[in-house]
Design a protein around this ligand. Structure first.
Ligand SMILES: [Mg+2]
Length: 222
């Protein structure tokens, strides 16, 4: 079994302020446009990839797609570097209750676990490490630096897995309707948790819904 964990709202709780700051400051330097953090919050970011968020924010400032595409690689590198510099000035990400126990239980049961997140890889890994979960996840996973479309990250994460897992043995754990939509496109199971911005009714399209990771564990392995 391969269990793919979303980061924000799932493994980590709280608003990713340092992450947003780094994305915004990097946009303002690369394109350059007068982007502010509220521009990010205004594009309904939960479940979107960082690249998708950047594109929506820049379009809102009148930037043509060709220019957005031209700066994307520089922006990803700069955002990661700025995150290293500014993260300490913002509240540290907090691991979800039971995140350590649940990931340990899955591994003890023989499951492979990896990250599946819209975060740019260096930023996502830094946040997970700052929350004390860095030793849980290996080199695999799928990140917002790998693709702009969240659904595309599933195949990338599967290709990087150590083992080969059939569709029925892959489970996404996430907190947004976009995690569910990605699972549906990819043809894999999804367990949703209500620890992000969405309640059980909004996540009813998942195969199962739990109020946190501890409650999600038996649903993941079911
Ligand atoms: Mg999330």
């Amino acid at each position: 079994m391969l269990v793919l964990f979303d980061i924000d709202g799932t493994l980590l709780h709280g608003r990713p302020e340092g992450h947003t700051r780094a994305m915004v400051d990097a946009m303002a330097l690369v394109w350059p446009v007068p982007v502010v953090p509220d521009d990010v919050w205004a594009v309904d970011p939960p479940g979107r990839t960082d690249r998708e968020i950047a594109r929506l924010v820049l379009r809102g400032h009148g930037m043509p797609d060709a220019e957005i595409d031209g700066g994307m690689a520089d922006w990803m590198a700069l955002a990661a570097r700025l995150h290293d510099e500014v993260a300490h000035a913002h509240p540290a990400p907090v691991a979800a209750p039971d995140a350590l126990e649940v990931t340990a239980a899955l591994r003890a049961g023989g499951a492979e676990i990896a990250l599946l997140t819209g975060n740019l890889e260096p930023i996502g890994r830094a946040k997970v490490a700052a929350a004390g979960l860095g030793d849980r996840f290996g080199d695999g996973g799928g990140f917002g630096s790998d693709a702009e479309r969240r659904a595309d990250l599933v195949a990338i994460a599967r290709s990087r897995a150590t083992g080969r897992h059939s569709d029925g043995d892959v489970v996404i754990v996430g907190d947004t309707p976009r995690d569910i939509a990605a699972a549906r496109v990819a043809g894999v199971r999804v367990v949703a948790v209500t620890t992000g911005a969405f309640d059980a009714a909004q996540l009813a399209g998942a195969d199962a819904v739990a109020d946190g990771l501890a409650a999600a564990l038996p649903l993941i392995t079911a």
